[in-house]
Design a protein around this ligand. Structure first.
Ligand code: 5GP
Ligand code: ZN
Length: 138
């Protein structure tokens, strides 16, 4: 995809600090880390978001996550780790090429998370679950 920074990294036109690659995906260090060791896992093919990715590629990428998450956390000497994946501008996606963040975390690291949990209306939960099931054809 022309003008996609991550496609340029995959093509070797823009440098990156590579961790590993295989035929389907590439792992490299985030150039502007929000914590030390912040790492990105991307598919080599350009999918704008999780919603466009075939299940086979998603399964392949997901298969890397347990070992990769453990390695990123251990290499950083971190206490914890977030796996984060933003889909769409309103969700904080800046680069329109699917990527999964692995973010080492420490207690008191100041990153926090805005998570304004509220009590839910059980009828609304049931409606939402049904709407999701319908779209899944389940
Ligand atoms: P998003 O906000 O889209 O979920 O995250 C995009 C991430 O890509 C950011 O953490 C940003 O620092 C990282 N990033 C953007 N451009 C580059 C680049 O050219 N090289 C590398 N290694 N990371 C990048
Ligand atoms: Zn791309």
């Amino acid at each position: 995809m022309a003008d996609c920074i991550f496609c340029k990294i995959v093509a070797g036109e823009v440098p990156c600090t590579k961790v590993l690659e295989d035929p389907v995906c590439l792992v490299f260090m985030d150039i502007s880390p929000i914590s030390p060791g912040h790492t990105l896992l991307i598919p080599k093919k350009h999918y704008e978001s999780m919603m466009e990715m075939p299940a086979g590629d998603a399964a392949h990428m997901g298969g890397h996550l347990p070992a990769l998450a453990a390695a990123v956390k251990a290499a950083a000497g971190a206490e914890a780790l977030n796996v984060l994946q933003n889909n769409g501008r309103a969700a904080g996606q800046a680069v329109a090429h699917l990527h999964i963040h692995l973010i080492p975390r420490w207690a008191g690291d100041g990153l926090g998370f805005r998570w304004p949990a509220k009590a839910a209306d059980p009828a609304a939960l049931a409606r939402q679950a049904e709407a999701i099931r319908q779209r899944l054809g389940a």
